[in-house]
Design a protein around this ligand. Sequence first.
Ligand SMILES: Nc1ncnc2c1ncn2[C@@H]1O[C@H](COP(=O)(O)OP(=O)(O)OP(=O)(O)O)[C@@H](O)[C@H]1O
Ligand SMILES: [Mg+2]
Length: 264
Amino acid sequence: MGRITEALKKVSDERIARIQKKPEIQYVVKKMENTGINEHIVSFHDPALPIGEQYKILRTNIQSLKSSNNYKTFLITSSINGEGKTVTSVNLAITMAHDLNNKSILLIDADMRKGKVARYLGFHSHPGLSDILSKDVALDSALVSPGIDNLSILLSGPVPKNPSELLNSRKMQSLMASFKEKFDYILIDSPPVMPLTDACILGPMTDAVILVVQAGRTQRGLVHHTESRLKQAGAKIIGAVMTNVEYHLPQYLYRYVHEYSEYK
Ligand SMILES: Nc1ncnc2c1ncn2[C@@H]1O[C@H](COP(=O)(O)OP(=O)(O)OP(=O)(O)O)[C@@H](O)[C@H]1O
Ligand SMILES: [Mg+2]
């Protein structure tokens, strides 16, 4: 193998390794006793942490879109697997439910292939989206409560044979219409855009898409490709959430966030 070929192979191997790598994340969270909610759900266990504040900033942005454009349905997706879609969706849903304005929030796990909302919230098997779409399971019997005021969850349900077709069905459209009447905000967690069509089916059913981008892993070109796929499908991307970002607030700002949070 020539030197150039060798160098190219090395670069390509490094790129593949970077994409496949799933960093081990350390969260500093006070985990509450007697709850099945995973410790990565910072907004439940320790919302006063600076990371909890970031979810509140996201909540404020979403609320302002509701007042200016009456947006109420949001799809959370990303380019590839494991970028933090589900952790972001669950944290955001809880943060929105913590708001004192009594707005009703629904989080739908529309990842019917690998849905993990149940795992993050400590639910065991329960009917979910796939049951409603493929069987005649009643809507109300499928909604579950994680014990947080104003928050309802629709789990993904058992893995069906035809997830994309179920999402693309008329039943899904009418389900969304009835959710819109019942809830103030609907957040939908979904599979990644690049390997599957599901998010591009769901995107145009929602008012806006929030793109999760994992820093240090997902390449810029891939994110652009994801954006154009979603746009082509008719979805409206309103912004991105960067995950796996390690950034340090200046000491004075960190102290301010912390002191301020003690008044909560
Ligand atoms: N904000 C974040 N910063 C750092 N790591 C995160 C963040 N959010 C999630 N993670 C970690 O990334 C991993 C994957 O998270 P998550 O299950 O939310 O990803 P996903 O995009 O939903 O994956 P999938 O494509 O399999 O559905 C988890 O180990 C999680 O702890
Ligand atoms: Mg997920």
